[in-house]
Structures are given as C-alpha cells and as structure tokens.
Design a protein around this ligand. Structure first.
Ligand code: DC
Length: 226
C-alpha cells in the first residue's frame, strides 16, 4: 500500500502527541513531534544564553543545533540535542514559558521546517505541531485539527507533568496555555490555524482510543484512495 503523510495540528495539550504516537505505531509509521524540535531549540538558546533580539547570534546558534530522534527500549521516540537525550528538560515549565516566543522567529521556523520536510521525504510519517498541514506538508494525505476545552487541556497537562514528578498548579498551566495559544495563533510566521481540507477533532469528551480510531480511519481511507 502506498505510504502517506498524516499531519496533526492544534492547540497545546489537546492530545495531539499521544494520538499521533499511537496512530504511527498502528500504521507502522514514523512519529515526529515537531513541537519537541522547537522546545529543543529553546532549551539550547537558554543553555547558551542566546539573545532572541540578536539575529546574528540566533543564526549562528541555528547553524550549530542538531535535533534528532531515537526510539528508546520501550519503542518510544525521544528527542536528542547535540546527541544528548533532552526529553525531560524540554518539557519543563522554563522551556514551556519561552518556546512560543522562540517559535515566532522566522529563521528558527525556516530551519525547523527544512528538517521536517527532509524527515517526511519518504512519507510513512505522522507529524504533529501547529503548521504541519498548512506549511510543512500542505499536500499531506490526511490533515487533522485538534481542539479541546481549556480546563480539560490544563488538567491533562498537569497529569502529564505529575507523571514526571512535577506538581504545577492548574492556574499556572492555564495561564501558560492561554499565553501560548495567543502567541501561536497570532504570530506573523505560520500562525496556528486549521488547514484547508482538515478534519476537526474536539477531544474534550472523547477518549484517547476514540481519537486514535478516528485518525486511523481517516488514514486508511486516504490509503485506499491513494
Ligand atoms: O506541541 P508543543 O506544545 O510541545 O509545542 C511547543 C511550542 O512549539 C508551541 O507552543 C508552538 C511551537 N510549535 C510551532 O510553532 N510549530 C510547530 N509545528 C510545533 C510547535
């Protein structure tokens, strides 16, 4: 069967990554978390004290940054920066607070989009993010747009952080989600919006299994059409 590209976009903490990972596993496809790439860049900038207002510093840093993914012993994809596993630090609140700001920068987006397109060249990929169906792969065979109620998203993110033994008050998480939604949707470069032809999935009242089933159903239909 011909391999396809599945593009999943939407707001933070709507269940995109959880769904995308499982869909990729079922289809036997590669999963790429594009948000992790922007998080890794943000973490690098923080570690190297890169001034976002200095385009030369940003460009020099971007030439140096190497973000890769490796599958761990449990079959889960993890993010590496300069060859080091950064899966935990890139999920910290310190990175969450700055990542949307870093993601507004044109050179950052150009560098990441180029890498993402390379990763999708062979197809057989499920990628999630904010601009996958609109900018990275506008020709994707399946495009999905995830939304969910803000409070549900905040509690889900809180649970994810708790699983990593970090307790953050739900109000702090809500503030961060609202702030990121605003920056992600209103930026000039590749703002978050529903792609033409995308199917909306509201995950407020459905289970992860239902989300996964819906995307797999869309993917299989696209494979049959292809
Ligand atoms: O999916 P996430 O919450 O881990 O993404 C972190 C941030 O990265 C998000 O607030 C905006 C940015 N991002 C982006 O600008 N474009 C993407 N394709 C993916 C993420």
């Amino acid at each position: 069967m011909r391999k396809i590209i599945v593009a999943i976009d939407g707001y933070s903490a709507c269940g995109k990554s959880t769904t995308a990972k499982e869909v990729a596993r079922i289809l036997g496809y590669r999963y790429i978390d594009s948000g992790a790439m922007y998080r890794a860049v943000t973490y690098y900038f923080q570690q190297h004290h890169i001034a976002l207002s200095n385009p030369r510093e940003v460009d020099r840093a971007l030439k140096n940054i190497k973000v890769t993914f490796k599958i761990n012993s449990k079959g889960i994809s993890e993010t590496y920066l300069q060859g080091l596993n950064v899966e935990d630090p890139i999920r910290s609140m310190a990175v969450s607070h700055e990542v949307s700001q870093v993601s507004t920068l044109k050179p950052v987006r150009e560098a990441m989009v180029a890498q993402q397109r390379k990763l999708g060249k062979q197809k057989g990929i499920v990628m999630d993010g904010r601009d996958i169906g609109t900018v990275v792969f506008p020709e994707a065979d399946v495009k999905v747009f995830f939304t969910a109620d803000l409070l549900v998203r905040a509690f889900r993110r809180q649970r994810e952080l708790l699983d990593k033994e970090t307790l953050i008050e739900v109000d702090t998480i809500i503030d961060n989600l609202v702030e990121r939604d605003k920056i992600d949707s209103s930026r000039t470069e590749s703002p978050l919006k529903k792609a033409d032809g995308a199917s909306t999935i509201d995950t407020t009242h459905i289970t992860i299994d239902e989300q996964v089933d819906e995307v797999v159903r869309l993917a299989v239909a696209a494979m049959i059409r292809a």
